[in-house]
Design a binder for this molecule. Structure first.
Ligand code: AMP
Length: 286
């Protein structure tokens, strides 16, 4: 077990990354909000395959939480996180303060996530993705990372960060990692800790219907009909609230079209006040 270097200022991180680059080392960043679980650790493992040094950032970004969301109560478990990252042999854990990420005068530098930032999650959480791409841009610039690793669980985020990364003067390659699930199929999430036993059972409706939808399509059901049927069934489940269940082209995030070869089905539900998201990539018969 090695202790990762815990860095709290942007200046320290820049100094470290400059030294690494001078040695010709390739840097990989894994941005997180902490409360690490196996999903995050899968990202760390993937990160190691793409470079010589891995930095994990832990920052609960206040600007991406809307009024009334769970910023205050978001689980913060820094000590356990650092232990887990030590076991995972990462090089640096970057734990900046809010002032460090948003120094005075930087408020005007918020960037737009573009039109896809306003659909699905973005429609329910206005401004969320602008805040996400802005904080990611800052983390990329401070770390001078060559590669950044994100989870496919947050598929819209992954799409928008990838889009933003292409506009940077120093390009960052974005790598996606498949969703890590619990034994029962529920996608691991820090927010799962809010769920009661009953909530958790009810939450399984989301991965269950996503899987069933894929099976229906594989058995010849038309995509739109299968999505509508799943929407109806989920909306009729009194234990959950369905926020959306939609099908998009994974390459554009535009609604699925007739000639698409794949569909990404994205769903969001609220269970006992907790919002959960999940998605599934479905291959479409030609
Ligand atoms: P968060 O700490 O929730 O902001 O997540 C940090 C990163 O971990 C994001 O790129 C997420 O998509 C990814 N992530 C979260 N949960 C999972 C999961 N169950 N499987 C894979 N990646 C995940």
């Amino acid at each position: 077990m090695t202790n990762p270097q815990v860095v709290t200022t942007a200046a320290e991180l820049e100094k470290w990354s400059t030294e690494c680059r001078q040695k010709g080392e390739k840097l990989v960043i894994v941005p997180t909000m902490g409360n690490l679980h196996e999903g995050h650790l899968a990202l760390v493992n993937e990160a190691k395959k793409h470079g010589d040094r891995v930095v994990v950032s832990i920052f609960v970004n206040p600007t991406q939480f809307l009024e009334g969301e769970d910023f205050e109560r978001y689980p913060r478990t820094l000590e356990a996180d650092i232990d887990a990252l030590s076991d995972a042999r990462v090089d640096v854990v970057f734990v900046p303060s809010v002032d460090e990420v948003y120094p005075e005068g930087s408020e005007e530098e918020t960037i737009s996530a573009g039109p896809i930032g306003d659909v699905l999650e973005g429609a329910i959480r206005p401004g969320h993705f602008d805040a996400v791409v802005t904080v990611c841009k800052r983390l990329f610039e401070t770390s001078h990372a060559d590669v950044a690793v994100f989870g496919e669980k947050d598929a819209e985020q992954l799409f928008l960060v990838r889009q933003m990364a292409q506009t940077l003067t120093s390009p960052v390659r974005i790598v996606g990692v498949p969703t890590v699930r619990d034994h029962d199929g529920l996608a691991l999430s820090s927010r799962n800790s809010y769920l009661t036993k009953d909530d958790r059972k009810a939450a399984l409706a989301l991965p269950h219907f996503l899987k069933a939808l894929e099976q229906r399509v594989n058995h010849g059901d038309e995509l739109r009909a299968a999505v509508s049927a799943a929407q109806l069934e989920l909306a009729g489940d009194s234990a959950i609230e369905l926020d959306y269940l939609e099908s998009v082209n994974p390459d554009t995030f535009e609604p699925s079209g007739e000639s698409d070869s794949q569909a990404l089905i994205l769903g969001a539900i609220t269970v006992g006040g907790t919002r959960l998201i999940d998605n599934r990539l479905v291959h479409l018969p030609r």
